[in-house]
Design a protein around this ligand. Structure first.
Ligand code: PLP
Length: 388
């Protein structure tokens, strides 16, 4: 038996007629870029997340960037995030010319640790008895934002992060690129912080057939600013108020996402059922640690990341047996060659480093069958018995 890590074709085959029709409609309306289909999807996705303003953009990376720019974050500013994320989170910060700063994660959720965030801010604003002043008051004022990433589909510890942000005049930008439909204390991911960014990359829980993204905000003036930013700085055609960029959303993608949004809750539920079944079959196997859903959360399992000590051996065994696995992510951002200039050494963020060395993603998508999960778990058991 072959168990694919992911198979996007199965889903398309189930909703083919609706998708094909939506594509036809988009051509018929010539709504190719930022047109009626995008407008419709912005309304639908905003309502789904229960937030007033939604602005469609070209991808998740652009959504993160536009969100920071809308708050005028740029040169000399500092934005804090987690090293245990996809590089886009940090790239968006660097693109504004702000400085990305990392703080370590919590081991139980793999998400940004509020305690480490607090510690970082404190370190940058300690009271100096000698100077009778804050050591680095200036630096503290530059810490403008924090980007918690709802990694793998589980919302970060938002109440505490929001509290710290409020006390320190920072905005909270949710990187909800992996958390479509996830919840925290009854609130949808993307409606908890000051502003949020989503990606509709094909493999995400709500995925386009190309690229797409969205910014969510409750503030009309911020939404307006983003609309201008993503469209060459213009509100009226050829009247450019500022220098912007082209981050507009594609019409086909919005049309496809409109169809798929109505299935999102069902698909997330299917993922959760898959997790239930995995848990039932794998509980008690000591060599593999399964992910946890924390209290007050609805985890949507964009990625089902287990932990094993001998990861290379495990992945090789599974590959040989026909089961696809992957790693999200093998190298934490502070140790990436791209961020060498930030000067971090091995050991700077020990929890992230340990987690990055052990996580392995198992097959997880709504259409995964019971037989495929059974086969995968059977092979995991064989590996556990074989491996010393
Ligand atoms: C996918 C993803 C992004 C980037 O989204 P794109 O649409 O690929 O640009 C950003 N952050 C996280 C955590 C992601 O998973």
């Amino acid at each position: 038996m072959q168990v694919p890590f992911m198979d996007l074709k199965r889903q398309y085959e189930m909703i083919k007629d609706e998708i094909d029709h939506a594509i036809y409609e988009t051509i018929d309306a010539t709504a190719f870029v930022a047109g009626s289909k995008v407008k419709e999807f912005e309304g639908n996705f905003g309502r789904y997340c229960n937030i007033e303003h939604a602005v469609g953009v070209s991808n998740g990376t652009g959504a993160l960037y536009a969100a920071l720019k809308a708050y005028d974050i740029g040169k000399h500013d500092i934005v804090v995030t987690t090293p245990m994320t996809f590089i886009a989170t940090a790239e968006a910060i660097s693109m504004t010319n702000a400085e990305p700063v990392f703080v370590d994660i919590e081991e139980n959720s793999f998400n940004l640790s509020p305690a480490r965030l607090k510690e970082y801010i404190k370190k940058n604003c300690e009271w100096s008895e000698k100077k009778k002043a804050l050591i680095d008051n200036e630096r503290k004022a530059r810490i403008r934002a924090v980007i918690p990433v709802h990694l793998y589909g589980q919302v970060a510890e938002m109440d505490e992060i929001k509290k710290i942000a409020k006390e320190n005049n920072m905005i909270v930008l949710e990187d909800a690129c992996q958390a479509h439909g996830a919840e925290y204390k009854g609130k949808k991911a993307g409606a908890i912080g000051d502003i949020a960014a989503f990606s509709f990359y094909p493999s995400k829980n709500l995925g386009a057939y190309g690229q797409g993204g969205m910014v969510l905000t409750s503030k009309p003036e911020i939404a307006e600013k983003i609309r201008i930013l993503i469209n060459h700085g213009q509100k009226e055609r050829y009247n450019h108020l500022i220098e912007g960029w082209n981050f507009k959303m594609d019409g086909f993608q919005a049309a496809i996402l409109n169809v798929k949004l109505s299935y999102l809750d069902d698909w997330n539920e299917d993922r959760r059922q898959n997790v239930k079944y995995y848990t039932e079959l794998l509980t008690g196997i000591e060599k593999i640690t399964l992910p946890k859903e924390l209290p007050d959360r609805k985890h949507v399992y964009h990625v089902y990341a287990a932990r094993v000590k001998d990861r290379p051996g495990f992945m090789e065994f599974m590959k040989k047996e026909g089961v696809g696995t992957s790693i999200h992510y093998p190298i934490p951002l502070h140790l990436q060659p791209a961020y060498k200039h930030l000067g971090f050494e091995v050991g700077a963020f020990p929890v992230s480093e340990q987690v990055a060395a052990e996580v392995v993603s198992l097959p997880m998508f709504p259409e995964l069958t019971k037989q495929e999960i059974e086969y995968t778990c059977q092979k995991i058991k064989e590996w556990a018995n074989l491996s010393p």
